[in-house]
Design a binder for this molecule. Structure first.
Ligand code: DUC
Ligand code: ZN
Ligand code: ZN
Ligand code: ZN
Length: 484
C-alpha cells in the first residue's frame, strides 16, 4: 500500500520546498509533484519534517530507590504525540555487571516501544570486563556511544582514572564518549553541608549543584577527552560555564558537542523558590534549572551553532515518588518529563520568537543528532530511501499543555499552563500514522532497534596532545652519578 503526504512544504535542515512524499513499506520512495497513493494525508498549510529524535531518555530506569514512571510504551507514545519518532535511552549496568547483561534488560523493556529507538551504554564502573565488553557492544550490538556519570557519588559516578581509561578505550574502538558533567565530590560536600544547616527542602537541591560544579566537570571532561583523543558529547548543558567550555573547545578544533534540554531553555530557577513543596520537588533534576542569564546563553549557543542538539533527559517520577524526599532533598528522585513537549515548546519559544529558523529547528531536534550518532540519513532526513519517520507540522495549531491530556503516565507536567503554537497534524513512524489530528493510533511493539556503527570519520580526533607530549629520545650529557 502506498501512502502519500500531499500539499505540504518539506522542511529539512537545509532546504524548504513544496513537494509530496510517497511512502512504501515504511520507507520514502518518491518525493515530487502531484504524487498519488492508496492513502493520502493532507498536509495543506503544514511543514513536512523529519520526525524528532530525542537522544536522551531514561525509560523505566532504576534510580534513587525507585523506577522512572514512563516505560518504553508510554514514553514513546508521549514522544509520538509531540512529533518525536526516535528515542535513545541509557542502558545502565549494575556495579560489577557486564555491559551485555545490562543490555539484555534494556532489550526486554524496549520490546514495547511504539517508535524506533537505540541505546547509549553507560559506563558505571571500570574493569577488565568492561574493557572487553566495549568492543563487543560496538561491534556486535551497534552501539557507539558510552555515557559516564561524573556525579552521583557512591552510585553511578566514575572517577578520573576510570574516565581516562574508558575514553582511551573508546578512542581505540571508534566510539564516542558522553558525560554527565557535574563534580560529584563537590555536590556531595555541598549537599551534606546544606542538610546539616537545616536546608532540607527542594530548593537546596539547586544550591547543591551550582553552575561551577558543571563548568568544572565539563572543562575536566574536555581535557581528558582531548588527551585520550576521543570525541565528547556533553549531555544536558545547562549553564554558561559549561557552554563556555564547549564553545572554546570547538573553536580550538576539538570534537565536542553540547546538548541543552528544552526544560533548561524554557524554565528557570524561580520554579524552586516561593513555591509549594510539590511544585518545587517535581522540578528537581540534575543539573537544576538556572537563572535567565544561563538560559540566554543556551539560546545563543543554539543560534550560533556552539550547541548542537535539544533533548529532554526524560526521566519522569510521580508526585508520590518525589515525596520520598520530604525532609531530605537528596532523596527526591532527580528527573523531569518532556518527551511530548520538546518539539512544540521549542517551536513556540524558538521558531515563533525568531530565534531559530524552521530549518535550524529540524537540525537541532533531529538531523544533527542523527549525524552525530551515525544513523543519518536513515533517520533525520526527508530523502528517498530514508525511513518514513516524519512529522506533518501545523504551525497554526495551538494547545495549552496540561497533565490531564498528556500521554506520559505521571500526574503533573512541568510545562503545565504553557500555551504552545505549532503541533503535529500527523506523526509517522516508519510509515505508520501514529498520530492523526490529535488522535493517538500507536502500535505497541512497532518500534525497532536502530543500530549505529562506529563512525571512523568523526573519530579521527583532532587532538595534537599525543604528538606534543609523547616521550622522545633525549641526548643528554652531564648526568650526575647516582647514590651520592
Ligand atoms: N539527571 C536527572 O535529573 N535524572 C536522571 C539522571 C540525571 O542525570
Ligand atoms: Zn545526567
Ligand atoms: Zn540523563
Ligand atoms: Zn511557554
Amino acid at each position: 500500500m502506498t501512502k502519500v503526504i500531499k500539499n505540504g512544504t518539506i522542511v529539512t535542515a537545509d532546504l524548504t520546498y513544496k513537494a509530496d512524499v510517497q511512502i512504501e513499506n515504511g520507507v520514502i520512495t518518491q518525493i515530487g509533484q502531484g504524487l498519488r497513493g492508496d492513502e493520502e494525508l493532507d498536509a495543506t498549510g503544514c511543514y513536512v519534517m523529519p520526525g524528532g529524535i530525542d537522544p536522551h531518555t531514561h525509560l523505566e530506569m532504576p534510580f534513587m530507590g525507585t523506577y522512572s514512571s514512563d516505560d518504553f510504551e508510554s514514553g514513546t507514545r508521549a514522544g509520538l504525540a509531540g512529533g518525536t519518532t526516535m528515542v535513545v535511552d541509557f542502558a545502565l549496568p549494575n556495579p560489577g555487571e557486564s555491559l551485555l547483561d545490562a543490555l539484555k534488560r534494556w532489550d526486554n523493556k524496549s520490546t514495547r516501544a511504539n517508535c524506533d529507538y537505540s541505546f547509549h551504554m553507560a559506563v558505571t564502573w571500570w574493569g577488565e570486563q568492561v574493557f572487553d565488553d566495549m568492543k563487543t557492544v560496538i561491534e556486535t550490538r551497534g552501539i557507539n556511544t558510552f555515557k559516564h556519570f561524573m556525579a552521583y557519588k557512591g552510585a553511578l559516578m566514575v572517577n578520573d582514572d576510570e574516565l581516562y581509561a574508558s575514553f582511551q578505550r573508546l578512542a581505540e574502538l571508534g566510539g564516542i564518549a558522553m558525560v554527565h558533567a557535574e563534580n560529584g565530590d563537590v555536590v556531595a560536600e555541598l549537599s551534606a553541608k546544606l542538610l546539616a544547616e537545616g536546608n532540607t527542602g527542594p530548593e537546596a537541591h539547586a544550591y547543591s549543584r551550582p553552575p561551577q560544579v558543571e563548568g568544572e566537570a565539563t572543562n575536566r571532561a574536555i581535557m581528558i577527552a582531548d588527551m585520550a583523543g576521543v570525541p565528547l558529547y556533553v549531555v544536558h548543558t545547562s549553564c554558561e560555564e559549561s557552554h563556555e567550555a564547549i564553545r572554546r573547545a570547538r573553536m580550538q578544533g576539538k570534537r565536542v558537542w553540547g546538548e541543552p534540554l528544552i526544560q533548561h531553555l524554557t524554565l528557570d530557577e524561580s520554579e524552586y523558590f516561593n513555591q509549594d513543596w510539590d511544585h518545587a520537588a517535581r522540578r528537581v533534576m540534575s543539573p537544576p534549572f538556572r537563572n535567565k542569564q544561563h538560559q540566554n546563553s543556551l539560546w545563543n549557543g543554539l543560534q550560533s551553532g556552539s550547541l548542537s542538539v535539544v533533548a529532554t533527559d526524560h526521566c519522569a517520577f510521580t508526585t508520590d515518588q518525589k515525596r520520598y524526599g520530604v525532609g531530605d532533598f537528596t532523596k527526591i528522585p532527580n528527573g523531569t518529563g518532556g518527551l511530548e513537549d520538546r518539539m512544540p515548546m521549542l517551536w513556540t519559544h524558538g521558531v515563533n520568537t525568531g530565534r531559530l529558523t524552521p530549518n535550524e529547528f529540524v537540525a537541532v531536534t533531529s538531523t544533527n543528532i542523527a549525524k552525530i550518532l551515525n544513523c543519518y540519513p536513515k533517520k533525520g532526513a526527508v530523502l528517498v530511501g530514508a525511513d518514513a519517520d516524519l512529522v506533518v507540522w501545523d504551525p497554526e495549531k495551538t494547545k495549552v499543555i496540561s497533565a490531564e491530556s498528556q500521554q506520559s503516565s505521571i500526574d503533573y507536567n512541568v510545562f503545565e499552563g504553557h500555551e504552545v503554537k505549532g503541533l503535529p497534524r500527523f506523526t509517522l513512524t516508519r510509515g505508520h500514522v501514529a498520530v492523526h489530528d490529535g488522535e493517538i493510533r500507536t502500535q505497541e511493539g512497532h518500534g525497532k532497534f536502530v543500530e549505529r556503527e562506529a563512525n571512523t570519520t568523526v573519530n579521527k580526533a583532532l587532538s595534537t596532545w599525543k604528538e606534543l607530549t609523547a616521550p622522545r629520545p633525549v641526548e643528554r650529557t652531564g648526568i650526575p652519578a647516582t647514590g651520592v
